[in-house]
Design a protein around this ligand. Structure first.
Ligand code: ZN
Ligand code: FE
Length: 256
């Protein structure tokens, strides 16, 4: 039996995700943007929530936590050790290299600081799935709110090194706006142009642009391509340290 995924558009542009393990009945919610929608999706599928995996402390990712905890007393809430004080309702604190079990599924925890100081992402190698919160978006990345650009770059390098076929679910539907910016950096990148067209089609039908894959992001996401000669040339930094090129691209996007 294969793992079931439900992608839930929440709030204005957030995504909730449910991951269900049919072998054990375990079901995890990745973040808790909007408890009402998470509860109705659980209901429709006849699932009971067993785990809540939090990526970072921002309100749009944690605000449904207390309500889900009240509704499911056995819920195991997992989240970043470094943000435990800010989140307040975690049962299990995790960090780089820890394993999180959701029924028979196993996630490896990756520390991805930058957007927030202690953000974690969850990689399920057996399912080829990654939940990247507000670290990696399709064609973009989170703002470096709580760490220098170079720290966020190191986090993105770790994500880019996951197997190419890994399906990526992130915290927001920002892909179309990200595509507009990405095309200012690499207007002639064929992978980016194809993805931008696909995204325009999907959004015109109000459909999600997720999941993406690590391979697709490596090919089209300028924030993962700071070492590529085409990107370095585009920002006038041929031969520069990729961390510096990344910082320049991130700063341009901050002003875009
Ligand atoms: Zn955030
Ligand atoms: Fe967010």
């Amino acid at each position: 039996m294969t793992t079931s995924i439900r992608l839930l558009p929440c709030l204005t542009d957030n995504y909730g995700v449910l991951v269900h393990d049919p072998a054990t009945g375990a079901t995890a919610s990745i973040d808790a943007p909007e408890p009402g929608l998470i509860l109705s999706a659980l209901d429709e599928n006849g699932w009971t929530l067993s785990h809540l995996l939090i990526t970072h402390h921002h309100a749009d990712h944690i605000q449904g936590g207390p309500e889900l905890k009240a509704r499911f007393p056995a819920l195991k809430v997992v989240g970043p050790a470094k943000e435990a004080a800010q989140i307040g309702f975690l049962d299990t604190l995790v960090r780089e290299g820890d394993t999180v079990r959701v029924g028979s599924l196993e996630a490896r925890v990756i520390d991805t600081p930058g957007h927030t100081r202690g953000q974690v992402n969850y990689h399920f190698p057996g399912e080829a799935l990654a939940f990247t919160g507000d670290t990696l978006f399709s064609l973009g990345c989170g703002r470096a709110f709580e760490a220098p650009y170079a720290v966020l770059w190191s986090s993105l390098v770790k994500l880019a090194a996951l197997p190419g076929e890994t399906k990526v679910y992130c915290g927001h539907e920002y892909t179309q706006a990200n595509a507009r910016f990405a095309l200012t950096i690499e207007p002639d990148n064929p992978a980016l142009k194809a993805r931008a067209e696909e995204v325009a089609r999907l959004r015109a039908e109000n459909r999600p642009t997720l999941p993406t894959t690590i391979a697709a992001e490596r090919a089209a996401n300028p924030f993962l391509r700071a070492a590529a000669p085409s990107v370095q040339a585009a920002v006038g930094m041929a031969g520069a340290d990729p961390a510096d090129v990344f910082a320049e691209i991130r700063a341009r996007k901050d002003r875009f």
